[in-house]
Design a protein around this ligand. Structure first.
Ligand SMILES: Nc1ncnc2c1ncn2[C@@H]1O[C@H](COP(=O)(O)OP(=O)(O)OP(=O)(O)O)[C@@H](O)[C@H]1O
Ligand SMILES: [Mg+2]
Length: 261
């Protein structure tokens, strides 16, 4: 059965689109048929992160308005043939973009793909509800900052009112060096605060902000996304240790260098 996963957060800019993109890449790399749906209408950038913006002909609004079929709007990934993107439109062109029409599209995609990954807009207004309504599972993204954790907590509470089969969270932009220095909240403390299922920890890494780097180079960030994908696909519980590279003699050296960046 297909899995329809919404990636949401409450707070903006915490890495939803980055996690959607890299999760999609890793799942496709594991042989899964994956489609990513950008529901951040008006502020969409999944196409840019995936490097397919020049290949976009139709978008989700065109599908809803009947200007094209769903398959015509899908853009195949440049590297992984089993990975597709359904782009969003740059402006809110039609009032027909509502929860029911989006659910119909998601359900139609679920007939073809193993995974439908939905990139949710920031906030908890209509865009959030439109995205969550069509999903069967949710991943809440937060960063190790109190404001982000508080928003994630609110979102986790709201998600309780939806009939989702699974809800978990991912902590993004974690700096092991700062945790060891006592300057960043530890993952265990975040788990205690959120009381939800920890699905993954992603380090703060320059290479992650460079689009699609994860698929090409073997990096710590790439490993952490692979663990996340495996946790989701195989229901595993392996969490990337952001601190390990900063421990020991060489680790202390790395910490010193990082603190100067
Ligand atoms: N682990 C990371 N390490 C370094 N940079 C990251 C990481 N995750 C995300 N970023 C960077 O943070 C910025 C925001 O990420 P992204 O666009 O994925 O967030 P978002 O939650 O989708 O934002 P929005 O709420 O605006 O949709 C981007 O520049 C991205 O490259
Ligand atoms: Mg985004």
């Amino acid at each position: 059965m297909s899995r329809k996963i919404v990636v949401t957060s409450g707070k903006g800019g915490v890495g939803k689109t980055t996690i959607c993109a890299n999760l999609g890449i890793k799942l496709a790399n594991m042989g899964q048929k994956v489609v990513m749906l950008d529901l951040d209408i008006g502020l969409n950038n999944l196409d840019v992160v995936m490097g397919i913006e020049n290949k976009v002909v139709y978008d989700i609004a065109d599908v809803i308005e009947g200007k094209c079929r769903i398959k015509q709007a899908l853009v195949q990934d440049l590297t992984y043939p089993s990975l597709y993107i359904l782009p969003s439109n740059k402006i809110f062109t039609t009032t027909k973009i509502n929860s029911y029409n989006i659910k119909a599209i998601v359900d139609a995609l679920a007939e073809i793909f193993d995974y439908v990954i939905i990139d949710c807009p920031a906030g908890i207004d209509s865009g959030f509800h439109r995205a969550v309504y069509s999903a069967s599972e949710a991943i809440v993204v937060c960063t190790p900052h109190i404001s982000s954790i508080r928003d994630a907590d609110k979102v986790l509470t709201i998600l309780n009112s939806y009939k989702l089969s699974s809800v978990g969270f991912v902590v993004n932009r974690v700096r092991g060096d700062l945790i060891l220095n006592g300057q960043m909240i530890d993952i265990g403390q975040i788990c205690n605060l959120l009381k939800s299922n920890l699905l993954g920890v992603i380090p703060d890494e320059d290479s992650i902000s460079m689009s699609r780097s994860m698929s090409k180079v073997q990096t710590k960030g790439g490993d952490s996304f692979e663990m996340l994908a495996k946790n989701i696909h195989f229901c595993q519980n392996k969490i990337f240790d952001c601190k390990s590279q900063y421990k020991g003699f060489f680790g202390a050296f790395r910490r010193k260098i990082r603190s100067k960046c």
